[in-house]
Design a protein around this ligand. Structure first.
Ligand code: E4P
Length: 221
């Protein structure tokens, strides 16, 4: 399963990229707005830092304007994936950009039928937003299961990019289903690294080591 970071925060991107954990990045206008500054500079910088796929979203809603924006975004880097919303114009733009060799991520997917149509339009990724479904009392993870079953039935190459993840259990459940990618807010990735028994275990090991070398403080491994 690939791990993407769902952020436009350069500090977090560098931190997790230096750990070698990141296969890609997803951004959206809200995430860029949260960081402030010039969004164009931020998008170009992210595409430079990260080797894997970087999803950058169009803000146009009309087909030909989406194409213009998508083609311009792609000039930020060979790793740029153009993100378009799940609308009739978005799907049409997905088909055209994909036929030009520009990979597309269709975002704001909330049903299996939307995912099916995006896959048929040539999307490289579909992004079902599971947390937002959970928020309204629907089962986000059930949607991932449904999409996975459909894509396997027809051997679609479109990848399921599980988005709107809220906590580490979402990640485990997505991995059990076999989803291709999870995109994680930095706080969720931070939580995945931690377990209280790891911290306590390490403290004990170090305390015991200190006892061992108490007669010889200069001892090194
Ligand atoms: C995905 O590409 C989106 O940026 C993101 O996962 C949306 O998540 P949210 O529901 O937390 O805004």
């Amino acid at each position: 399963m690939k791990i993407f970071l769902d952020t436009a925060n350069l500090k977090s991107i560098k931190k997790f990229n230096d750990m070698g954990l990141l296969d890609g990045i997803t951004t959206n206008p809200s995430l860029l707005s949260k960081e402030g500054g010039n969004p164009k500079d931020a998008m170009q910088e992210i595409a430079k830092i990260i080797k894997g796929d970087v999803s950058l979203e169009v803000v146009a809603t009309e087909y030909s304007e989406m194409l213009d924006e998508g083609r311009r975004l792609r000039q930020y880097g060979e790793n740029v994936v153009v993100k378009v919303p799940m609308t009739p114009d978005g799907l049409r733009a997905c088909k055209t950009l994909s036929s030009e060799g520009i990979p597309v991520n269709v975002t704001l997917i909330f049903s299996a039928n939307q995912a099916l149509l995006a896959a048929k339009s040539g999307a490289k990724y579909v992004s079902p937003f599971i947390g937002r479904l959970d928020d309204i009392g629907q089962n986000g993870m059930a949607l991932i299961e449904e999409i996975q079953e459909i894509f396997l039935n027809y051997e679609f190459t479109t990848q399921i990019l599980v988005a709107s993840i809220r906590h580490p259990i979402h990640v485990v459940d997505a991995a059990k289903i076999g989803a291709d990618v999870v995109t994680l807010p930095p706080a969720v990735l931070d939580k995945m690294l931690l377990h209280p028994l790891t911290r306590i275990g390490l403290e004990n090991f170090l305390a015991d080591w200190d006892k061992l070398r108490s007669g010889n403080p200069d001892m090194k491994i």
